[in-house]
Design a protein. Sequence first.
Length: 231
Amino acid sequence: MKEIRAWIMVIGVLVIMAGLSIAIVVVADQTVHQVVNPIQQANDSISTEIADLLHPTPTVIPDPVTIIHDIRSLARLETIQYSVEKVITAQTRQDIFGPLFGDKLLFVAHGTVIAGVDLENLTTLDLRLENGVLNVQLPPAEVFVATLDNDKSYVYDRQTGLLTHGDPNLETTARQAAEDEIRNAALEDGILNQAQQNAEVYLTGLLRNLGYPEVAFSTISSTPTSDTFLP
């Protein structure tokens, strides 16, 4: 019986010693990791800095000549189109003799007005790079086309005096006046402002694709110093 108790005590002691050994190994492993990890992180950081120093990331600056060619290829950039309807009254001899010799017609005019920006004359002097922002000086918007749609324009009514067959040029006169009126109506409605805004929106996307994330526009004449010009 005593021998059995002695063996039990021996086995217990061995179990306790084994547990202590495992605990010591675990603590030592954690201590090694705590010491090694900061050193490893520092080595990785130094390696990254050395790699950046030996192999820097290149900075790409697009050639402004390419920009000018790309923009000029658009030439007259049409950015907005208006469809306008006007009623034009043309008449002759509308006095006391009107019922005898007068001529009057109502002309319903349908027309198209197209506006935009003419980019043909842009030069490198119109592009300036300042603090990472590409400044573009655009020509002012203008009306390119103001014309009648003959398929939709027509004489609505015409009244002639009892003693006349009417003025054969009256309708032509009405048509010529209609083109001017259609143009003026589009201008009064702000077609040039909208054309300028649309041109800036379009060119912003184009210039960003060419590598300039920040673009600013102006139409005010200025004389920048030579050191601000793109090379």
